[in-house]
Design a protein around this ligand. Structure first.
Ligand code: PMP
Length: 401
């Protein structure tokens, strides 16, 4: 059977990591994978995570399976992070959570759940979006539709065109949204735009799916949850996928969650039973360690404070790098406006480089960028900024040099 198989194409993002590892150039720079790096270019294990792991090592007494929906306390804490401690959706019991292997696992559970129970539903993704969005949804059997999102002329979001497209969606379709730190553009709707976006989505009878992979990386834990607030109106149905890969630095531990908000508690319990059914036939029940680490941190006042300080430090460094990258690019390519990089949020921006220019940077300068031009601002360091921007400018606008 294997003899006639053709090789699958390498992953657009993770595939480049292999090429980078093999590159012998000591000055190589990797801006591909979405991983936070500190000022020395390392991805540290957070001190709050280390302490939580130390405690878990001492206290963990069983290795039996978790429940299908994971650690119950973790589910509560995820919902509190999403909604804040006072939200009506917490007290009413109309929000339920399953712990998932990363945000990706949560997205796949959504895809399987929707495709099995609402087979007509399509899922709408932004142009552009994280390439694994359409890939995961299609793997689950869903049809993908697209709504215009990024406006390259302004480096911002074209909310008008986005809503025009969503008004053509069929009732029951799912709309995948990035609540903050849009991947790959770094361009988010203004805080005040979310209510209008939610109006259109609910007026059309669409299901919002908030893929929340960067809570706390933009402006703050609560500030970044503005979209969650706009969608979780009384009685409204919402799906939210959380990832703790970035904000807890737990990437390889695969820790995330899927929260479903229903109109009332009874409906939420029915939804949970179906989600558990979906999980059981996929990975059966989630890995424990990452969820236990997050739960240990969030249930201890000191550890939580420490984590919030560490998260703020990551956020501040990213926003500092954005400003430095925009300023340095401006000096190297004065004919262009890089204000959109400063205005963006999260780890990514679109550099405006074409696939051919990206190839030239990799082959000639060992500078690794995703072929759609996405750069990981969180992978930049002040030390190499001059060289980085000079190199990018040399291919972005060769005539201005
Ligand atoms: N959604 C988006 C938009 C992402 O950028 C990522 C991480 N690259 C994820 C989901 C999934 O993250 P993970 O599976 O590592 O938790």
């Amino acid at each position: 059977m294997f003899q006639h198989l053709e090789a699958a194409p390498p992953d657009a993002i993770l595939g480049l990591a292999d090429t980078f590892r093999r590159d012998p150039n000591p000055q190589k720079i990797n801006l591909t994978v979405g991983v936070y790096c500190d000022a020395s270019g390392k991805t540290p294990v957070l001190a709050s995570v280390k302490e939580a792991e130390r405690r878990l090592l001492e206290t963990e007494s069983v290795k039996t399976y978790l429940a299908i929906d994971g650690i119950a306390e973790y589910g509560l804490q995820v919902r509190e992070l999403l909604f804040g401690p006072e939200h009506e959706a917490l007290a009413s019991g109309r929000a339920v959570t399953v712990q998932t292997p990363g945000g990706t696992g949560g997205l796949r559970v959504v895809g399987d759940f929707i495709h099995r129970l609402f087979p007509q539903a399509r899922v709408w993704c932004s142009t552009p979006t994280w390439p694994n969005h359409p890939a995961v949804f299609r793997a689950a059997g869903m049809e993908v539709a697209w709504y215009p999102y990024y406006d390259p002329a302004t480096g911002g979001v074209d909310v008008g065109r986005m809503l025009d497209a969503l008004r053509t969606a069929a009732a029951g379709d799912v709309v995948c949204l990035h609540p903050c730190c849009h991947n790959p553009t770094g361009a988010d709707p203004a805080a005040g735009d979310w209510d209008g976006i939610a109006d259109v989505i609910f007026d059309r009878g669409l299901m919002p799916l908030l893929d929340f992979a960067y809570q706390g990386f933009g402006d703050g834990l609560r500030e970044d949850a503005r979209a969650v607030e706009a969608f979780c109106r009384p009685g409204a149905e919402v799906l939210i996928v959380s990832s703790f890969s970035k904000n807890f630095g737990l990437y390889r531990e695969r820790v995330g969650a899927l929260t479903a908000v229903a109109a009332d508690r009874r409906t939420a319990e029915t939804v949970l039973s179906q989600l558990k059914n979906t999980v059981r036939t996929n990975y059966s029940n989630p890995p424990s360690h990452g969820g236990a680490v997050v739960s240990t941190i969030l249930s201890d006042a000191d550890l939580r404070r420490q984590w919030e300080r560490e998260l703020a430090a990551m956020r501040d460094r990213i926003n500092g790098m954005r400003a430095l990258f925009a300023d340095t690019m401006q000096r190297h390519a004065p004919g262009r406006d890089f204000g959109f990089i400063r205005r963006g949020r999260g780890m990514f921006s679109l550099s405006g480089l074409s696939p051919e220019q990206v190839d030239a940077l990799r082959e000639r300068h060992s500078l690794y960028i995703v072929r759609d031009g996405r750069v990981n601002v969180a992978g930049m360091t002040a030390d190499s900024m001059e060289r980085l921007c000079g190199t990018i400018a040399s291919v972005l606008c060769p005539h201005s040099l």
